[in-house]
Design a protein around this ligand. Structure first.
Ligand code: B16
Ligand code: MG
Length: 218
C-alpha cells in the first residue's frame, strides 16, 4: 500500500450538500424538478455535465450554449457563496486523523476531485499541506467514471495503480477507481457504491489500520 487518493466532495468535507443546494435553487428557478435521489447522479461528475443532466429533465433544446455558460456560472456563484464559510471544523470525522497517520507512515496522499473549486476548499479546511499532489482537473480530458483522474494521481505520486487505495462517495468515482486498477473504498450506502471493495457508512470508520487490513486481505 503506497498511496491513498482521495475524492473531495463527500469524503473530506460535506460540500456534496452545498452542490445539492446550489443545483436545487437553480433547478427551482428554471421550473425543473429536482430531488436528492436525482442529485446522486450528479456526484463526481463535472459542472457542465451536471447542468446537461438537469436541463434534460426540462426543455434542454430551449438553452443555447451561451445560456448554459451563464447557468453554470450562476450555480457556481451560489456554490462559492456557500463554501466561502467553510472552516477546519467542516472536515468530516476521521479524515484529519487519517491524513496524519498516512503522512507519518510516509504513504503518498493525492486528491482526485472533479471540482474546479478543490484547491480553494482544501485551503479553507487548512489541509493543503497534507497533499503530495492535487490533480489539476482542468488538464483532465475524461471525467469520472473514466479512470484518468485517479491514474494521473498515481503518476504524480510515482506509484503503481495496484499500490493505491481510492476513496469515493459517488458511483461514478468507484467505477473510476476500479477501472484504474486500484482498491476502492466507498463512503455511503452499498447500493450507491457498486463495485467497491469495501463500503463504510461514514468517514469516522476510516483509519490507516483498517485500510491496511482490508487492502492486504484483498
Ligand atoms: P465544481 P468530487 C465533484 O467533486 C462533485 O462531486 C460534483 O457534484 C461537482 O459537479 C464536481 O465536483 C464539479 O465541481 O462545480 O466545483 O467544479 O466529488 O469529484 O470531489
Ligand atoms: Mg465526491
Amino acid at each position: 500500500m503506497k498511496a491513498v487518493i482521495f475524492d473531495l466532495d463527500g469524503v473530506i468535507t460535506d460540500t456534496a450538500e452545498y452542490h445539492f443546494q446550489a443545483w436545487d435553487s437553480l433547478a427551482a428557478a428554471l421550473g425543473i424538478p429536482f430531488d436528492r435521489e436525482f442529485n446522486e447522479q450528479l456526484k463526481g461528475i463535472s459542472r457542465t455535465e451536471s447542468l446537461d443532466k438537469i436541463l434534460a429533465r426540462g426543455e434542454a433544446d430551449a438553452h443555447t450554449a451561451e445560456d448554459k455558460l451563464e447557468l453554470a456560472a450562476r450555480k457556481n456563484m451560489e456554490y462559492q457563496r456557500l463554501i466561502s464559510a467553510l472552516t477546519p471544523a467542516d472536515v468530516l470525522p476521521g479524515i484529519h486523523a487519517l491524513l496524519m497517520e498516512l503522512r507519518d507512515a510516509r504513504i503518498g496522499i493525492a486528491l482526485a476531485s472533479a471540482s474546479k473549486n478543490a484547491a480553494f476548499i482544501l485551503d479553507r479546511l487548512e489541509l493543503t499541506h497534507y497533499f503530495d499532489s492535487v490533480v489539476d482537473v482542468t488538464a483532465i480530458r475524461h471525467g469520472k467514471p473514466d479512470p484518468e483522474i485517479f491514474l494521473t494521481g498515481a503518476v504524480n505520486l510515482g506509484v503503481q495503480p495496484a499500490g493505491c487505495i481510492g476513496i469515493e462517495d459517488a458511483q461514478a468515482g468507484i467505477q473510476a477507481i476500479k477501472s484504474a486498477g486500484m482498491f476502492a473504498v466507498g463512503v455511503g450506502t452499498p447500493s450507491q457504491m457498486q463495485g467497491a471493495d469495501i463500503v463504510v457508512a461514514t468517514t469516522a470508520e476510516l483509519s490507516l489500520r483498517m485500510l491496511e487490513e482490508h487492502f492486504f486481505r484483498g
